[in-house]
Design a protein around this ligand. Structure first.
Ligand SMILES: *[C@@H]1O[C@H](CO)[C@@H](O)[C@H](O)[C@H]1NC(C)=O
Length: 205
């Protein structure tokens, strides 16, 4: 169970009045299901066929966070991913915040220090997915989020390195409530190698 200080609770109450019920209910978060598939070439071909949306170049030293809001008609998130040639770090977190839309968005940070791009800038017609090149050319303002205002996050799967250049890594998780899943693809440990990531997310009822 999570221990929240009283001041934090008051802040949360003020900030997210509509969410307090969720916070106090403090639901037990179910474990994720994880599995691997061997059809990695077919998987990557299918992602390519669907266009560039599911392909991200994760630069060396970078962490890419794919934010996937829960869907009002869904109850379970599914993800699948693979890379070319090299492994990548992967983990899943759940942020207790209500997203403005159902849009999946991609955020890049230079290192794993939680320095995210400003969300308002992200919302301005930014494509659902864009490579690091897009981020740089877009002239987005980078701001650090204020710590006291940061919504609570729960860890569902810790980040560690996966051999997703050999098999497709897939998983699912039952929504613990309304919020945003953070799929973290961590290449911060790599000094030289950028990784090409192919991914797909969807929900089920
Ligand atoms: C959820 O389902 C209802 C009923 O089928 C539909 O009207 C509504 O548009 C759906 N919501 C979203 C966000 O797709």
């Amino acid at each position: 169970m999570h221990h929240l200080s009283l001041t934090l609770l008051i802040k949360l109450f003020r900030l997210t009045n509509s969410l307090t019920f969720t916070f106090f209910a403090n639901p037990a978060i179910s474990p994720a299901s994880l599995w691997n598939r061997q059809d990695i070439n077919e998987f990557k071909q299918n992602i390519k066929k669907d266009g560039s949306e599911g392909i991200i170049k994760v630069g060396h030293g970078e962490t890419v966070t794919v934010r996937v809001p829960t869907h009002e008609n869904g109850s379970c998130l599914f993800w699948e991913f693979a890379t070319d040639h090299y492994d990548i770090g992967f983990g899943v977190y759940f942020e207790w915040t209500v997203a403005d839309s159902n849009q999946v968005s991609v955020h890049v940070s230079e290192s794993d220090d939680e320095e995210d791009y400003d969300e308002a800038a992200e919302a301005e017609g930014a494509p659902a997915t864009g490579g690091p090149g897009d981020v740089e050319s877009g002239g987005r303002i980078q701001t650090r989020r204020d710590d006291p205002n940061k919504p609570r996050q729960d860890e569902i799967i810790p980040v560690y390195r996966r051999d997703c250049h050999e098999e497709v890594y897939a998983g699912s998780h039952r929504y613990p409530g309304r919020g945003v899943y953070l799929l973290k693809f961590d290449n911060s440990y790599s000094l030289w190698r950028s990784k090409t990531l192919y991914y797909r997310v969807y929900y089920s009822k």
